[in-house]
Design a protein around this ligand. Structure first.
Ligand code: ZN
Length: 406
């Protein structure tokens, strides 16, 4: 056994829900394939970043892959930008953005501009702007999202968000989070860019057309998550494993690329609940011809939980389970299935509850657990681990962990 398939089901775990008879969506879902893998594997619970820490997906993934977020995380912007294929250079500041609708007083009417899509003409109108000595690059993300890169001298990623994360209030001005000239300069450039984005976008033909059709215009770009790309050792350097990444969402492809993983494109992978999980698993199994480690990211459960749709989440988990049938008898691969964090369908947010973890492979121990659920795996043999333990355990199961001592 020298191959690893790591499947991260985003926001898979949840809290008990009265309408589900006090079960979580994972516990309520019929998951025969996951349960078969549990029966021939090991289980446990994992605090992905640390006990009591409520992680964002980006921080959670870094932690799972063994990259201490305290050392390597510097804002989500760079991850998003890499994920949509933008080229980032050292010292560039990258931010995430939303096309949003504001009134002439910059009060936010809709943070997602009526969930505007196909915004390429808008990003093109903003791209390649020069503000002072700084070039601003804008690229289209999924749906209403975009990413922005600032390239110039003396920039700093420690900048507050322009996006107030709610509607009915005014767009915020970015400000420096540290007292340096570079941070002040960066905040000034961001504020100028946001104002100019309003001038350009509110006059843009695409928005004029939307308004005529009674749709909300994407007349401003709200920025958040500023950061400078961290220098990360690659997965190959760190673990001597040739890794590939299969994901629909830009952020996850971005994380894979940052770690030096090859991105395998699966056209039917959308990063949404309508994604084709079967196609992703098939692609992963093919990828083992050339790679040792395949990371598959499945987003849907998190999206549904954040919408409060616990029944949809339960159904989506059943869809994941159905797609896993080719794995049930694959003893030649170490199969690892877990989540990046818990997403509560009631609270509609990520929570710090530990996530269930399942590992199945050849000639490994098993435990008494027979069902894959938040409560059932709590008594599993892997115990309660922290995310940073996951890669060392994987390496040890492969017989590739370094020996401590003589
Ligand atoms: Zn997540």
């Amino acid at each position: 056994m020298d191959k690893v398939l790591l499947i991260i089901c985003d926001g898979l775990s949840d809290r008990p829900i009265t309408e589900l008879g006090g079960k979580t969506p994972l516990e309520a879902a019929k998951t025969p394939n996951l349960d078969r893998l549990v029966k021939r594997g090991l289980t446990g619970l994992m605090h992905v970043v640390d006990i009591g820490i409520r992680p964002g997906s980006d921080v959670a993934h870094l932690s799972l892959f063994g990259y201490d977020p305290n050392l390597y995380y510097s804002g989500r912007g760079p991850f998003e930008a890499v994920g949509i294929g933008m080229e980032i250079k050292p010292n560039d500041v990258a931010l995430r953005g939303n096309f949003a609708t504001v009134d002439s007083a910059f009060r936010i009417i809709d943070r997602r501009a009526g969930r505007i899509e196909h915004t390429f003409p808008l990003t093109r109108a903003l791209n390649d702007m020069l503000i002072e000595d700084t070039k601003v690059y804008v690229s289209v993300g999924t749906g209403h999202r975009a990413a922005v890169i600032l390239r110039g001298k003396n920039l700093n990623g420690r900048i507050s968000d322009v996006d107030p994360h709610k509607e009915g209030v005014k767009v915020r001005s970015a400000y420096a989070l540290v007292k340096t000239a570079s941070a002040k300069k960066t905040a000034k450039i961001i504020n100028q860019f946001v104002r100019r984005s309003y001038q350009i976008l509110s006059a843009h033909p695409l928005n004029k057309k939307r308004e005529k059709e009674g749709k909300l215009p994407g007349n401003i770009i709200l920025l958040r998550g500023a950061g400078i790309l961290p220098k990360l050792p690659t997965f190959l350097e760190k673990y001597s494993l040739k890794a590939a990444c299969i994901a629909g969402g830009g952020l996850y492809k971005g994380i894979g690329r940052l770690l030096g993983m090859d991105t395998i494109e699966v056209p039917q992978a959308t990063g949404k609940p309508d994604t084709n999980i079967k196609a992703k698993i098939e692609a992963a199994l093919k990828t083992f011809k050339t790679h040792d480690f395949v990371f598959v990211h499945i987003k849907g459960a998190d999206v549904l939980a954040e919408d409060g749709d616990f029944l949809g989440k339960k159904k989506f988990i059943e869809k994941i389970d159905a797609a896993l049938s080719p794995l049930v008898k694959r003893e030649d691969i170490l199969i690892v299935i877990t989540a990046d964090h818990t997403t509560s369908s009631i609270l509609k947010i990520h929570t710090a509850d530990p996530v269930p973890l399942l590992m199945a492979g050849k000639n490994l121990h098993t435990d008494q657990v027979t069902l894959f659920g938040e409560r059932s795996v709590a008594s599993g043999k892997l115990g309660h681990i922290v995310g940073k333990h996951l890669m060392p355990i994987i390496l040890d199961f492969l017989g590739r962990a370094p020996l401590m001592g003589a």
